[in-house]
Design a protein around this ligand. Structure first.
Ligand SMILES: NC(=O)c1ccc[n+]([C@@H]2O[C@H](COP(=O)([O-])OP(=O)(O)OC[C@H]3O[C@@H](n4cnc5c(N)ncnc54)[C@H](OP(=O)(O)O)[C@@H]3O)[C@@H](O)[C@H]2O)c1
Length: 321
């Protein structure tokens, strides 16, 4: 039988369809945001990378719950499109666009300065923006662009907004990491683009490991302040996250994803759970899986001595000399 004949064979087609149904039923998760009546009236939330993918649905959920929502996006055109859509769908006009390029520390500082000038409180910060598959590129600050966007920019942003969040407590910081952090390694030369292999998701995996390590250390430092910090895996989600990969990989992702992966709305569920659910109130320093269950992160993300070192190095790298 030819390959085409095999692929079109009814047995193969029916078993794929059945498998897809089972996967769909399984990935529903343990928590339904639409069944949760948590209200966010009077609360302020920032979602980075809110113009598309998972971030857009996180921001839409917060807006529907009545929060003042700040979409932290790098593109004015893409951000404005999302802003209009979220205002329309939620009926909440207290949704605003603020521009930030997380790969640039100056841009992050400018963004944070404006937030501190304009906002009286900040109850939720979702570090969602991220990139994968970029070729080697060193930023104006001297960092690998994927490390700057996924880790050092959000790290600085979080630290600059911490005092405001402490004054607004109870408050929650949610960092969208990935199960791929388990494939990451720690080598502090990576930050500067050294010892890195620019192949598929290799660099991305390291950045996601630093997300989880530093979130755990942040949570330890925040004990007693009323501000919690957790990291979360959203699942494998059909978004634009593969946009920098070769065409053939993107096509494969779309083909397999059509049957098996989550929609962006489904991918937003576990981050929303960490950010708003009553069940997660007070939980801090944990890693949540895509079905909203608590999960053990990789051994490196449970190494407290490494976390202290990593956090201190990131503080040094992001401090203005
Ligand atoms: N999709 C998955 O399967 C998956 C799995 C595990 C974890 N995640 C994580 O989920 C998060 C959201 O990803 P997604 O899947 O929704 O991907 P996406 O559709 O590509 O969205 C990524 C968002 O990040 C923004 N962004 C990228 N670089 C930025 C920069 N320098 N400054 C500010 N914003 C920037 C993008 O803005 P532009 O549109 O302007 O580029 C976009 O809004 C990421 O942290 C990702 O690592 C995703």
């Amino acid at each position: 039988m030819s390959w085409m004949g095999f692929l079109c064979h009814p047995v193969w087609a029916v078993s794929t369809a059945l498998l897809a149904v089972v996967v769909r039923l399984q990935r529903r998760g343990r928590w339904d945001p639409q069944a949760s009546d948590v209200q966010l009236k009077g609360k302020t939330a920032i979602v980075t990378g809110a113009n598309t993918g998972i971030g857009k649905f996180i921001a839409l959920d917060f807006a529907r719950r009545g929060a003042r929502v700040i979409l932290a996006c790098r593109s004015e055109a893409r951000g404005t499109g999302a802003l209009q859509e979220i205002r329309e769908k939620s009926g909440n006009s207290d949704v605003h666009l603020r521009l930030v390029d997380l790969s640039s520390l100056d841009s992050v500082r400018e963004f944070a300065k404006r937030i501190l000038e304009e906002e009286k409180a900040l109850h939720i910060l979702v570090n969602n923006a991220g990139v994968s598959g970029l070729p080697r590129q060193i930023t104006e600050d001297g960092f690998d662009v994927c490390f700057a966007t996924n880790h050092l920019g959000p790290f600085l942003l979080t630290n600059l907004l911490l005092d405001l969040m402490k004054r607004s407590s109870p408050a929650r910081i949610v960092t969208v990491s990935s199960v791929n952090h388990k494939k990451g390694r720690v080598d502090f030369a990576h930050f500067h683009g050294e010892n890195l292999t620019y192949y598929m998701d290799h660099v991305y995996n390291h950045t996601k490991l630093h997300n989880t390590i530093c979130t755990n250390e942040l949570a330890r430092r925040l004990q007693g302040t009323g501000v919690t910090a957790n990291s979360v895996h959203p699942g494998i989600v059909m978004t634009e996250v593969m946009r920098h990969y070769p065409l053939v990989i993107r096509c494969l992702f779309k083909l397999i994803g059509f049957f098996f992966f989550k929609s962006p709305e489904e991918g937003a569920v576990s981050p929303i759970y960490c950010a708003v659910a009553e069940e997660t109130e007070g939980i801090t320093g944990k890693y949540f899986d895509s079905d909203c269950s608590l999960a053990l992160p990789a051994p490196l993300a449970r190494d407290t001595a490494l976390a202290v070192k990593d956090f201190e190095i990131c503080e040094r790298l992001t401090s203005k000399l």
